[in-house]
Design a protein around this ligand. Structure first.
Ligand SMILES: Cc1cc2nc3c(=O)[nH]c(=O)nc-3n(C[C@H](O)[C@H](O)[C@H](O)COP(=O)(O)OP(=O)(O)OC[C@H]3O[C@@H](n4cnc5c(N)ncnc54)[C@H](O)[C@@H]3O)c2cc1C
Length: 367
């Protein structure tokens, strides 16, 4: 069988994972990435739920990721003053799927990049558009022709805009800040703790090991711009370790959260994976997992036969229901954050673990 000459646009989590999976199966692959090679992967840390860790293992980088990552054994939900609302072992949520980990984005990217043949990825190269006949126009004026173009280029995908249309990403009414902090000498930190404040505010901490902690904070907002004043004042009434961590958050990454779910991810000669196909709020921390699962399933379906168009259609059919489940759970969680505080706290105290289990149950099955 002639394997399609494939261009992967974007060397993020989905693009690099797909490149590794396709190269392992003998496909000729080019990856282009608009960032510079030493450009830092945007963001700070990542929580990798068990289905993400399982997929990393399947594509052959699980051991190296585990070596650099920190295990997350327990999840805790507190109110903003630090009073416990719910607490459970992640093993009870994920059963036999395996363990959950936390890692810096930089480390995950480095592991994936190292696993891909160095010559397959070209940095500092941006795709401007793709024509209906799969002719690719690059920002430097070059033109390329490929049998298969994969849009792994994130929520604002140029491949999606060129070939698939669909709605523009929708603002979710949430702003967030992320940073890494030094956790030595800060008491009160645990593996994973979300502190839930009033008016939809959350301050999450995830320990990364080696004295580092990933901090993620979000608020509701009707506008996509950051407040003019120091964002940290928005969390001044949070207790426990939060005040000391905020001292290190002056240079946090800011983002306005959007979602985008195209109904069509596949057409003859082109396909979307990861956030290019479906980006959603980080409340389930499933974006990375879905991106990795997309990569593995696409490589598997392409390997099954000579009919690339049929493989792309099969890919979307195999992924759609699972991704739709995650989107629906995110919507439920995003609604729950706006419940009146006493009702939210009561619900989490009574049913926190049961709700988390139900949220994740369909993700136990292999993708
Ligand atoms: C605040 C926040 C917190 C999150 N936390 C978690 C978490 O804890 N766990 C988790 O699993 N997920 C999390 N996610 C989701 C996760 O980050 C994404 O789902 C994941 O990064 C998607 O990977 P991707 O490769 O599809 O897209 P991206 O990571 O966006 O990568 C796309 C790549 O394409 C490149 N690119 C874009 N356009 C072009 C172009 N035209 N030409 C060439 N290159 C291009 C970009 O530079 C980029 O490197 C979070 C998301 C947010 C916003």
């Amino acid at each position: 069988m002639n394997k399609p000459r494939t261009l992967i646009v974007g060397a993020g989590i989905s693009g690099l994972a797909l490149a590794k999976a396709l190269l392992d199966r003998g496909f000729p692959v080019d990856v282009v990435e608009r960032r510079a090679e030493d450009g830092q992967a945007l963001g700070a840390g990542l929580y990798l739920p068990a289905n993400a860790v399982r997929t990393l293992q399947s594509i052959g980088v699980g051991d190296e990721v585990a070596r650099r990552a920190h295990p997350v054994a327990r999840q805790q939900l507190h109110d903003q003053r630090g009073r416990p609302l719910a607490e459970f072992e992640v093993g009870r949520i994920w059963a036999a799927v395996g363990r959950c980990l936390a890692i810096t984005r930089g480390d995950l990217h480095e592991v994936l990049r190292t696993a891909v043949d160095g010559t397959a990825v070209r940095y500092d190269i941006e795709v401007s558009s793709v024509a209906d006949d799969n002719t690719v126009a690059f920002a430097d004026g070059a033109i390329g022709a490929y049998d298969l173009v994969v849009g792994a280029d994130g929520i604002n995908s140029a491949v999606r805009r060129s070939l698939f249309g669909g709605p523009e990403p929708r603002f979710l009414g949430q702003l967030c800040w992320r940073f890494l902090a030094d956790d030595s000498a800060i008491p009160g930190l645990t593996d994973w703790t979300a502190r839930l404040g009033s008016k939809g505010r959350t301050f999450l901490t995830v320990q990364l090991g080696a004295g580092r902690v990933y901090c993620y904070a979000d608020i509701n907002s009707s506008v996509t711009t950051a407040p003019a004043s120091d964002w940290r004042a928005l969390f001044a009434d949070f207790g426990g370790p939060v005040p000391r961590l905020l001292e290190q958050g002056a240079d946090a990454h800011f983002a306005a959260l959007h979602e985008s779910e195209n109904t069509v991810w596949a057409r003859p000669g082109a396909v979307l994976v990861g956030d290019a196909a479906h980006a959603f709020s980080p409340s389930m921390a499933q974006g990375g997992a879905m991106a990795l699962e997309d990569a593995l399933v696409l490589a598997d379906t392409l390997e099954t036969g000579p009919d690339v168009t049929a493989a792309l259609t099969a890919f979307q059919a195999r992924r759609a229901e699972r991704v739709a489940w995650v989107v629906a759970q995110n919507h439920r969680r995003d609604k729950a954050r706006n419940l009146p505080t006493p009702l939210r706290n009561f619900t989490l105290r009574r049913a926190g673990e049961r709700l988390f289990k139900a949220n994740h149950a369909p993700l136990h099955a292999l993708p």
